[in-house]
Write a protein that binds this ligand. Structure first.
Ligand SMILES: Nc1ncnc2c1ncn2[C@@H]1O[C@H](COP(=O)(O)OP(=O)(O)O)[C@@H](O)[C@H]1O
Ligand SMILES: [Mg+2]
Length: 271
């Protein structure tokens, strides 16, 4: 299949259209032995189709907790999370998550088997069609020669590529990514950030990406929301233009410093 046939039309990020995702005054508490721990405190934002929103914050700022709630894996203690205006009840293939951990693949299935199985289950494709699309997506992420490889024989970066291929193949309304490159070496991480950006742009995907890396946020995002350290609250918002995204450009440097201040120095005003 050619890239053209895999490409979905780019949805407009017209702010006047109804948001795809609404996070309204969401608070998430955990019950711990020491009492109630507030991981996320009164966070609100909206995400429109075609946007790539990055949540950035230091470790413990509730990024994973918030993403898990949007994925439907945990229920918010306060507030509401809506997709197309309807509350999220449980995980569903309209929201595919790529996690940081390398163990998100089924170890008893090959790379091809992992993606094919997800397509059979999630999109109810026939085995033949699922296999064809799985093969195309794995080839697209550079794993055309590793279709029959089992996860334990793949490097961390290759496993993340399989997980990314699987997520894109399911054509979710919303791609959720929780620091998928955090455990990779710096060179691989940079290469995968660029590849992910290209895939998102080609497919017009809508994504919510979590990271603690400022450069990663600028490269992959169209908009960045900064969360304060524990408990996570929204501190600032930044819009990223196509020019800012180029590493080493003046815009990249300006954004990098503003985000650094608001996230890690805690001194910037609300943008
Ligand atoms: N299952 C859990 N039970 C209790 N506390 C948790 C649980 N998961 C996360 N936390 C706590 O919630 C806070 C936010 O965690 P997390 O969402 O993982 O932050 P981040 O992804 O930004 O590092 C942290 O203080 C963490 O220890
Ligand atoms: Mg996390």
């Amino acid at each position: 299949m050619s890239i053209a046939t895999l490409t979905r039309p780019t949805a407009s990020s017209n702010a006047s259209s109804a948001p795809l995702l609404q996070v309204n005054h969401v608070g998430i508490d955990y019950a711990t032995r020491e009492g109630t721990l507030t991981a996320v405190d009164d966070v609100s934002f909206a995400l429109h189709a075609g946007e790539r929103l990055v949540l950035i914050g230091p470790s413990g700022s509730g990024k994973s907790t918030l993403l898990r709630a949007i994925g439907g894996f945990v229920a918010p203690t306060h507030g509401k999370i809506l997709i197309d205006g309807a509350p999220i009840a449980r995980p569903a293939p309209d929201r595919m998550t790529v996690f940081q951990e390398f163990d998100q693949l089924l170890p008893w299935r090959s790379a091809l088997g992992n993606v094919r199985y997800a397509l059979e289950r999630g999109r109810k494709l026939s085995r033949r069609q699922a296999e064809r699309e799985a093969r195309d997506w794995l080839t697209r992420v550079g794993l055309g020669r590793f279709l029959d490889a089992y996860p334990h024989t793949l490097s961390g970066g290759m496993k993340q590529r399989v997980a990314i291929a699987r997520a894109f193949a399911l054509q979710p309304r919303l791609l959720l990514m929780d620091e998928p490159f955090a455990a990779l070496d710096a060179l691989t991480r940079r290469q995968m950030q660029d590849e992910l950006l290209a895939l998102c742009e080609e497919t017009g995907s809508t994504a919510l990406f979590v990271t603690h890396g400022i450069d990663e946020a600028i490269v992959v995002g169209t908009r960045i929301l900064a969360l304060t350290a524990h408990p996570g609250r929204l501190a600032a918002s930044f819009t990223v233009s196509a020019d800012d995204r180029t590493r080493g450009s003046a815009g990249f440097g300006v954004l990098e410093r503003s985000i650094q201040q608001s996230v890690f120095d805690g001194s910037a005003a609300h943008a």
